[in-house]
Design a protein around this ligand. Structure first.
Ligand code: AMP
Length: 219
């Protein structure tokens, strides 16, 4: 399957993407994770992306589209992938359509994770992420790790993302509404959008997502 995951920052895209990718046996491709890996490795691409990310703005399409394309061209993505955080504007969605058309393949679904704005702010303000794997996510109040600062899953160090500060979150939400949300209408016109609520336990949301994807596949 070829799936795009959309939803505001804090909707749980990374967490759900990891579970869904495993259930569906497809790679989880997160452009945010790719940028963060480039930053920690000190690559030119990381240097180009950093200022935009710290400000909560989108990294320019010239940089992002090429990086996403390279990742999708890897052998593990030949039979499908779950895109998390790409496309993030209509220009990227159009570029993705061209890439897929060139390969003679199509998207199967666009899974839209819905979550109220006040919940998003609460989730992000307390979010703590594992340095080893961004899918290992905890919350300072709602989902505390057993030992403060240590990942329950792998023992990695938990940290707060630089762009999870309150001010940057506000910018990211605005960017989501103005630039990313329009891709939902773009994909709705192609009959691909499946919307689910991202509220509730992680396992409940995964089950809801799997059921919705199955239904859209059959329909
Ligand atoms: P994420 O981990 O998906 O929340 O992404 C973190 C940040 O990386 C975003 O706020 C952007 O600055 C940048 N980023 C990730 N994906 C994209 C994309 N598809 N286009 C532009 N910027 C992106």
């Amino acid at each position: 399957m070829r799936i795009v995951l959309v939803g505001p920052p804090g909707a749980g895209k990374g967490t759900q993407a990891a579970y869904l990718a495993e259930n569906l046996s497809i790679p989880h491709i997160s452009t945010g994770d790719l940028f963060r890996a480039n930053i920690s490795q000190g690559t030119d691409l990381g240097k180009q992306a950093r200022a935009y990310m710290d400000a909560g703005q989108l990294v320019p399409d010239e940089v992002t589209i090429g990086m996403a394309k390279d990742r999708m061209a890897q052998p593990d993505a030949v039979n499908g992938f779950l895109l998390d955080g790409f496309p993030r504007n209509v220009g990227q969605a159009e570029a993705l359509d061209v890439m897929l058309k060139d390969e003679g393949v199509k998207l199967d679904a666009v899974l839209d994770l819905e979550v109220p704005e006040d919940e998003v702010v609460k989730r992000i303000a307390g979010r703590r992420i594992c340095r080893n794997d961004s899918a290992h996510v905890f919350h300072a109040t709602y989902n505390k790790p057993k030992t403060e600062g240590v990942c329950d899953t792998c023992g990695g160090e938990l940290y707060q993302r630089d762009d999870d500060s309150e001010e940057t979150v506000r910018t990211r939400l605005e960017v989501y509404h103005t630039q990313t949300e329009p891709i939902i209408d773009y994909y709705r016109a192609q009959g691909l959008v499946v919307t689910i609520s991202a509220l509730g336990k992680v396992t409940e949301v995964t089950a809801r997502a799997m059921a919705a994807l199955k239904q859209s596949d059959e329909g």
